[in-house]
Every structure is written in structure tokens, then in C-alpha cells.
Design a protein around this ligand. Structure first.
Ligand code: GLU
Length: 470
């Protein structure tokens, strides 16, 4: 048997981190078995589905490298097929027309509640069709009344649900459009899905879908319901917990490897291993070993992994990722150091690429005002002479490279008998406006000769300004 899994998002909102984890697990399960992964966009709800959300899904999946072997398929393009299967069930007496209006159904539920019964459609049209002129009937599935449905969930284990619990589900609306539970079954069947991996929020739909599979005389796929992801406070995951939609992670400077590694571990483990390459995940992941309990989202751990992958990604590759992020911030990187050098200088400490971008603006454009505290502390009269001396030595330097720059700095330190930081920090403030940057010789290399000299001049003038005011 070839394993065929699918990811079936509805483009009605943002593709969020929980959805991506489901996609990843489906993708991995297919990869591990050398099978196929199918992407299906469930856009039957045409009022709530948007083109923008569809694009985010497609782009987000591609960004993460979760490319499908087949698809994307769109449910909105398969309405004829759903109609055909609806007709088949009607012909076989496994589905029936129902003319009850929403008001009728609401009223019936109200009465059932009053009588202390479970509210449900009371099957009124099941055996006594009651056509109403001018009303387009819906189509309901004739759910078995007796017996029960057994779900051998790969994660949750065996769950038995009595047919009494289920009412006769609408499978086609009055306008002929299919409902979710029906379209999913037709698709999973037509696409020969062997493993339905999806969020736990769909668990109660599964017995209904199993009954439809049976009605279509179709083999059942295996089911795996992935537990929810909660915030660290145990509440439903939201933006408040640091969870973003998929492309926002790219905008914030996360690497796909970090996100995938974080998500694979969120609800699954292999000993105490934390770092997984895609190859390792692919060979080790097993949907049956996913935790039963919900997992808590932890931004810090995601940051930690992101930092790990930033550190281990070659600067040249980081440069390609940094470019669009600088552009998005409106920073022109054409005059300044090569982005690979910027990445090389920062990749030991940045937790996200956007952090790198935000801290590197001074390399490409004027940083404006000094950080007031930094200037007050570092740009004082006492440092004027050493700074001037450094400026002069740097101006006459041969190649603008780390080694000779380092030697010049050392000479000035000795000349004025200064500890390293006493000179490095004022130079840093002069060059960057703040007290945080890569090692000072590297910072000088990156800022470049002319810009460094100009900024040292500006710092000297600043110190003179304070002196003449005091
Ligand atoms: N379209 C459903 C959703 O986005 C998923 C359906 C499924 O995986 O069966 O929640």
C-alpha cells in the first residue's frame, strides 16, 4: 500500500502554527513511507474563503518546504463531483430530501431542550417526505440509527461512538453546495487518502464521516487526530502567546528549519533529542508516537532553535534571506557592506533575522541621533584626544581590513594607556549611535573607511559642542 496523506486547510483565516504542525505531520508521514502528500484547499464556504488566505497557504507551505506531491486541489472546482455522489446516495436511498427550514429545525431543538432531550434534527422528512412548494430541499444523509462507530485513532486509541449520538447530517444545501463533512469524504475517497491526519477539533466529525464512507462502500482510511496547541497559560493559542500566522514568521526573520524543528518536537519526541534535520525528522517521525495530551506553545524555545539555525546557516545563504527583509524596512543596501559580511558579523548572537536587520541599519544609512544615554556616558571630553588620534591613524591606513585596523586600535590604547572598552565603546557610539554592535574592528570594517572617518568627525564635533556649552 502506498501511503497517501493530505493537508486540507480552509482558506477562511490565517494559516496558523497549529495548522502548519498538522501539515508537517502529514508531510512527514508520507515522506517516511515514501508515499505522497496532497494539498487540498477546502474552499466550499465561498462567503468566508478568500483569495488572500489561499495565497498565504500556498506561499507559506512552499516557504517551509512542505511542497505537495499532488495538488493544490480546490474543492470549489469539484462541485459537479459532489453533486454526482449526492445523486448516487439519493438513488440508493442512503440520503433523502428535507424541506424543513432553519426555523423549523431551531424550533424542534428548542422543544427537545425543554423536554430535556439532546437537541437534534428529528428525522421528520426521513420517512415522510413533505415537499413544500417554492422550497429547495437540502439533502440529508440517512445515518444508521442503531449500532455504533469504532474509531481506532492512531493517536487517541480506540473510541466508540453510538449512532444514537448522531443526527442526519445535511450533505448538500438547498443551492446544491456540499457541506464540509460530505466534501471531505468524497475527496479523501477520490484522492485515495490512506491516512487522515488532522486537528483534534475535527474528532467529532470523524464518526459521521466514517458512516458516509460505509454508505459509499469505500475502504476506510486510518485516522489520526493531533491534539491542540495551547498557550503557556493553558488557554486556546492566540497571537497574545506569540503565535503568528505562517508568513508573519518569515517577516519576523524565522528560518523554516527552526519552525519545522520546533513544531516536530511540539507533541512528539525521540529520546531527549532537540535538534532534528529534515532528514532525521523524515526517518524518525511516527504519527503513532504523537502525544495524546495538548502541547503548550513556547516562544522562547522557538527563539532558541531559530538562533541555533541562524548560527549554523552559511552567511551567504543568510544574505539571500536578509535582502528582502532589509527591503521591507525600506533600507537601501546597495551602498554598504555585502550582506554576507553583515550576516557573518552578527550570526552568533541574533535570535531572528529581523533583529539582525534592525540592528544593522547604521551600516547602510545615517543613524540620526545618538542614543542619549550612550552619548552622555561615552562621548565625553576625556576621550576626545584618543578618538582624534585614532581617526588620524585610520585615515592613513593601507587596506581597510580587520587586522591592520585592530593594530591601529591597539596602538592608540597603548599611547593613551587605556583599557580596551574605554576606547571601544566611544568608537561604537560614534559609528552606530548605540552601544551594541559586533566587535569594534569588525564594526569599523563593515561601516567602511569613509563613513567611519565621517562619523568619528561627527563625534569629535559633538564632544566639542558639549565642551563649549559647559
Ligand atoms: N478544512 C478543515 C480545516 O481547515 C480540515 C478538514 C480535514 O482535515 O479533514 O479545519
Amino acid at each position: 500500500m502506498t501511503v497517501r496523506t493530505r493537508f486540507a486547510p480552509s482558506p477562511t483565516g490565517h494559516l496558523h502554527i497549529g495548522g502548519i504542525r498538522t501539515a508537517l505531520y502529514s508531510w512527514l508521514e508520507a515522506r517516511r513511507h515514501g508515499g505522497q502528500f496532497i494539498l487540498r484547499v477546502e474552499d466550499t464556504d465561498q462567503e468566508r474563503s478568500t483569495q488572500a488566505a489561499t495565497e498565504v497557504i500556498l506561499e507559506g507551505m512552499h516557504w517551509l518546504g512542505l511542497d505537495p506531491d499532488e495538488g493544490p486541489f480546490f474543492q470549489s472546482q469539484r462541485f459537479d463531483r459532489y453533486r454526482q455522489v449526492t445523486e448516487q446516495l439519493l438513488d440508493q436511498g442512503k440520503a433523502y430530501h428535507c424541506w424543513c427550514s432553519q426555523d423549523d429545525v431551531n424550533q424542534m431543538r428548542e422543544e427537545q431542550r425543554r423536554r430535556g432531550e439532546k437537541p437534534r434534527y428529528d428525522r421528520r422528512c426521513r420517512d415522510h417526505p413533505n415537499p413544500r412548494p417554492g422550497v429547495e430541499p437540502v439533502v440529508r444523509f440517512r445515518n444508521p440509527i442503531d449500532g455504533s462507530v469504532v474509531i481506532d485513532d492512531l493517536i487517541k486509541g480506540r473510541v466508540v461512538i453510538s449512532n444514537e449520538e448522531m443526527d442526519d447530517l445535511v450533505i448538500a444545501r438547498g443551492d446544491g453546495s456540499p457541506t464540509y463533512n460530505f466534501a471531505v469524504v468524497v475527496d479523501d475517497l477520490d484522492m485515495e487518502i490512506t491516512h487522515v491526519i488532522r486537528g483534534d477539533d475535527h474528532f467529532l466529525n470523524t464518526p459521521r464521516q466514517i458512516n458516509i464512507f460505509h454508505a459509499l462502500d469505500a475502504p476506510l482510511p486510518a485516522f489520526a487526530h493531533v491534539p491542540m496547541i495551547l498557550g503557556d497559560d493553558g488557554q486556546k493559542l492566540s497571537k497574545r502567546h506569540g503565535a503568528l500566522s505562517v508568513l508573519e514568521y518569515r517577516r519576523e526573520g524565522f528560518l523554516p528549519e527552526a519552525i519545522l524543528n520546533y513544531l516536530v518536537r511540539l507533541g512528539w519526541s525521540h529520546g531527549d533529542q532537540e535538534i532534528f534535520s529534515i532528514e532525521e525528522m523524515t526517518s524518525l517521525f511516527n504519527i503513532g508516537a504523537v502525544n495524546k495530551a495538548a502541547s503548550a506553545f513556547n516562544t522562547e524555545k522557538l527563539m532558541w532553535l531559530n538562533q541555533h539555525y541562524i548560527k549554523s546557516t552559511p552567511p551567504k545563504k543568510l544574505a539571500l534571506l536578509l535582502k528582502p527583509l532589509f527591503e521591507e524596512q525600506g533600507v537601501d543596501t546597495s551602498t554598504g557592506p555585502a550582506l554576507a559580511e553583515v550576516a557573518e558579523a552578527n550570526h552568533e548572537r541574533a535570535k531572528t533575522l529581523i533583529e539582525m536587520v534592525e540592528k544593522s541599519g547604521y551600516l547602510f544609512e545615517d543613524f540620526g541621533e545618538y542614543d542619549p544615554k550612550a552619548a552622555q556616558k561615552q562621548l565625553k571630553a576625556g576621550i576626545r584626544q584618543p578618538l582624534a588620534s585614532l581617526r588620524q591613524a585610520l585615515a592613513g591606513l593601507g587596506p581597510w581590513e580587520r587586522e591592520p585596523i585592530h593594530e591601529v586600535v591597539t596602538t592608540v590604547l597603548e599611547e593613551f594607556d587605556l583599557k580596551f572598552g574605554k576606547l571601544a565603546q566611544p568608537v561604537r557610539v560614534a559609528l552606530t549611535g548605540s552601544t551594541v554592535s559586533p566587535p569594534i574592528d569588525i564594526t569599523l570594517v563593515l561601516v567602511g573607511r569613509q563613513r567611519s572617518l565621517d562619523r568619528l568627525d561627527k563625534a569629535l564635533a559633538y564632544i566639542d559642542g558639549i565642551e563649549s556649552n559647559s
